[in-house]
Design a protein around this ligand. Structure first.
Ligand code: GLV
Ligand code: MN
Ligand code: MN
Ligand code: MN
Length: 411
C-alpha cells in the first residue's frame, strides 16, 4: 500500500517537474539560472515546505530541506541530486534523486521513525555542464572549489558570464564563492539516480550499488586555420580548421579505446559556418572520462600531444582550455554495505557497479563519505528524450534510500 502511494506521488511530482521545460517539442532542457530552472526550484521549495521541512537556500542556489533528528548537533545525513537538465534530455536524470529524497523524508516523518541525526534533502544548484561548460557548479561551491576567476571565465553561448547570470537572478556572486559547507556538519551523503546505462537491464537487476565514479575532464578546443574560398583554394594550399578537427576526432576515439577511457566531442562551432567558405575557426568541446587515475591522466597527455602533432602538420594554431578535471571517486564501504543489506531485507536484486556518468556525489566526496543507489534505465538511454525508468522501479529505489537513510541517521 505504502509503495503504491509512493509510486503515485513520485510519478505526479516527476511529471509536474517535466513541465518546467525550455524545449517542450524536443525533450527536456532546463539550463542553470534560467527563469524556467528557477521556477522548477521554486515549485520544489513549496512542495518541501508543505511537507513540513525547513528550507534554506545558499547564494549559488543549492537548496537544503531539513528533517530534524533528536540530536541535531550531530553531523547530518545528506541525500539529494539535481533538477537542471541537459539540452533535449529526459525527465529522470537528477530529478529521481531529488524527488526520491523528498519522498524518503516524507515516509520517515509520516511514520515517525526514530532518528538521531538531521536528514537533509539537498537540491544542487546545477549538475549539468549545459550552460557554462562545467558540471556540478552547486556542489563545487559547497566544497569551496568555485573561484572568483571561474565566475568571470565561465561564459554561456550568449557571452553571459556565471557572475552576470547570478546577478541577473538577484544573487550575490561573492557569497557564492565564499560559503562552503562545513565538513564537520556532514556525516554521509547518499544519492539516488537513474543508471543512464544498460548494465542493470541486461543483468535483470533492480538496484545498482555504486562502487566508484569515473573522473571527467572538460576541454574547450579552438583550432585556428585560414578562412578562404571553397572553390578557388586548391586542396594543398588550405589550412582548414574543420579538417584538422576530423583528424583529432579519430585520434580521440583511438586513444580512448587504448587507455580504457571514453571520449566525446559533443559540441562543434564552425566559423564562419557556411557552405562555400573554408572554416577559419572551429571551437569544440571534448569530454573525457576514466575510472583509473593513471590511464585517465595518460589519455589526457597523449591527446594533447596528438593535437599538437596534427595541428603542426597542417599549419594550424590551437588553444586548449582545460575547463575542469576531477579525480575518480571510491564510494564508502559502510554505505555500500548498508545499501546492500537494505536490498536483501526488501527482497530486491542488486549489482555492484561503477558509474560512468558523474554526479554531485563525485564532488561531495571531497568533504564527505558518499554512496549511490542506481535504478535501471530502459534500453540504457539517457541524456535523450527517450530516457525512461518505470515509476515502480523508482519507488523500489526510494525504499532502499529510505532504509539506508534511517540506518545512517542512528548514531
Ligand atoms: C552528467 O550529466 C554527466 O555528463 O555525467
Ligand atoms: Mn545528466
Ligand atoms: Mn544527473
Ligand atoms: Mn549527470
Amino acid at each position: 500500500m505504502l509503495m503504491q502511494e509512493t509510486t503515485k506521488r513520485v510519478e505526479q511530482l516527476i511529471r509536474d517537474l517535466s513541465r518546467f521545460n525550455e524545449t517542450p517539442e524536443k525533450g527536456i532542457t532546463r539550463r542553470f539560472l534560467t527563469s524556467i530552472d528557477q521556477e522548477a526550484k521554486h515549485y520544489l521549495i513549496q512542495h518541501a515546505q508543505e511537507q513540513g521541512l525547513t528550507v534554506k537556500e545558499d547564494a549559488i542556489g543549492n537548496i537544503f530541506c531539513t528533517l530534524p533528528g533528536s540530536n541535531p548537533d550531530l553531523p547530518a545525513v545528506w541525500t539529494g541530486s539535481h533538477v537542471d537538465a541537459p539540452l533535449h534530455g529526459g525527465m529522470f536524470d537528477g530529478v529521481v534523486g531529488v524527488v526520491g529524497a523528498l519522498e524518503a523524508l516524507r515516509l520517515i516523518r509520516e511514520q515517525d521513525i526514530a532518528r538521531e541525526r538531521n536528514i537533509i534533502a539537498v537540491i544542487f544548484a546545477s549538475e549539468e555542464p549545459t550552460r557554462f561548460g562545467v558540471g556540478c557548479l552547486g556542489s563545487r561551491a559547497l566544497i569551496g572549489q568555485l573561484s572568483e576567476t571561474m565566475l568571470d571565465d565561465l561564459v554561456d553561448q550568449d557571452g553571459i558570464s556565471l557572475r552576470q547570470a547570478l546577478i541577473q537572478q538577484g544573487r550575490n556572486p561573492g557569497a557564492a564563492v565564499n560559503s562552503p559547507a562545513d565538513p564537520k556538519h556532514i556525516h554521509k551523503f547518499v544519492e539516488l539516480h537513474i543508471e543512464q546505462g544498460i548494465v542493470l537491464e541486461k543483468l535483470e537487476k533492480q538496484i545498482g550499488i555504486v562502487t566508484a565514479i569515473a573522473a571527467p575532464a572538460d576541454i574547450r578546443l579552438q583550432l585556428y586555420g585560414v578562412q578562404g574560398h571553397a572553390g578557388a583554394t586548391p586542396m594543398n594550399l588550405r589550412k582548414d580548421a574543420f579538417a584538422a578537427l576530423g583528424e583529432i576526432s579519430m585520434a580521440l576515439e583511438r586513444l580512448a579505446r587504448q587507455w580504457n577511457c571514453v571520449g566525446t566531442i559533443g559540441s562543434v562551432e564552425v566559423d564562419p559556418g557556411t557552405s562555400n567558405v573554408i572554416p577559419g575557426l572551429v571551437t569544440c568541446s571534448i569530454d573525457i572520462r576514466g575510472v583509473e587515475t593513471e590511464s585517465f591522466h595518460s589519455m589526457l597527455e597523449k591527446l594533447h600531444q596528438e593535437i599538437t602533432n596534427i595541428c603542426s602538420g597542417r599549419g594550424i594554431q590551437f588553444n586548449w582550455t582545460l575547463l575542469s578535471k576531477d579525480d575518480p571517486v571510491q564510494t564508502d564501504t559502510k554505505i555500500v554495505q548498508s545499501i546492500e543489506s537494505q536490498c536483501r531485507t526488501l527482497g530486491l536484486s542488486y549489482h555492484h557497479m561503477p558509474s560512468g556518468a558523474y554526479h554531485d556525489s563525485m564532488i561531495m566526496a571531497a568533504i564527505s563519505q558518499v554512496g549511490m543507489i542506481f535504478v535501471p534505465s530502459r534500453d540504457g538511454i539517457s541524456h535523450d528524450h527517450r530516457e525512461w525508468t518505470n515509476f515502480e522501479a523508482i519507488a523500489s529505489g526510494i525504499s532502499v534510500l529510505t532504509q539506508t537513510l534511517i540506518q545512517l541517521s542512528q548514531k
